[in-house]
Write a protein that binds this ligand. Sequence first.
Ligand code: OSB
Ligand code: MG
Length: 373
Amino acid sequence: MNPVPRLEAAEIHVVRLPLVSPFTTSFGTQTHKEAVLVCLRSDGTTGWGESTAMPDPFYSYETNTTVCQVLRLYLLPVLLAATDLTPMDAPHLFRRVRGHPMAKAAAENALWDLWARRNDVPLFAALGGMARRIPSGISIGLQDSPERLLAAVADACAAGYHRVKIKIKRGQDEALVREVRRSFPALPLMVDANADYTPADFPLLQRLDDFNLMMMEQPLAEGDLFQHARLQARLRTPVCLDESIGTLSDAEAAHALGSCRVINIKQGRVGGLQAARAIAAFGLGHGLDVWSGGMLETGIGRAVNLHLQTLPGFSLPGDTSATARYFGEDIVDRPVELDADGFIGIPPGPGSGVAIVPDRLRRFCVGHEVITP
Ligand code: OSB
Ligand code: MG
């Protein structure tokens, strides 16, 4: 594969799309998806990347404002100054910037897309993955009532999702899980607390062991690998870490401490596709199951998550759902749809395989800037 000789321009686009229905987690409710997109241009080819940051620092410390700032002042100028680029260079070029993984991922992933397109290969092949269809999973937010939750789970089962994740938080947990389990005894079911609990809640979390959950995602605080290890030692249910895993080193520490048996890999949270690939390889070599999370991405990020899941190590259905579940209209074609058996095909063609629809990009755009060398 040939490197990209040089970039002519980089663009930052901010888009804001209404969600079909609000999405509620233990840290808040979203009615819109606001995403920062990076576009890299070279010789008439463009590559796109999407940041998974949110407007507010509630899931992690980054915000769309910090992502734009770090891209504008540090990451994109470094890429624009480089020659003979491949995506493998990005982590090294970005090393001087501490943290800010979602900003780094948006830039690195745009370079992956550009590099794959220029070499006329699909992104999954550029990453070293195997062509295969991806089993779908769904993440159902906190609902206004148990009835609504049961209805949403029933809809997900009817649509063919291979596993269902429901959000929980303090005070909205045990009774909900009991009801869902009673109505759907054989459903592959898991819960995600988005770090809402503390060690004082261990008795409650241990009672969730009775419901044959596939796993319990991020019950405790992001920085607390130690208490997650104490909790995992008391549970049959595997603990899955999301917010706690920002780097390969975090995955190594979590494994060594026994803090989890599963890792939710979000390429944005770990700083891009290369870091995501490294953590998946570590999981495969050390008996940790991994799967791809989601952050309600537009079609750009959703396609990346699909390509990522063709890599060895991704052993479980992730949080990649149909586009129509989130958006009436997405900024790309084609939308993600489920096959009759609940699998999702990889978008065909070079790069991510999806194409920005310029008219929709314009309509949903709330910010745009061009950065030149
Ligand atoms: O914790 O996995 C999470 C959405 C936003 C922020 C955090 C999370 C989520 C989801 C939704 O669970 C995943 C998706 O459907 O994209
Ligand atoms: Mg999560």
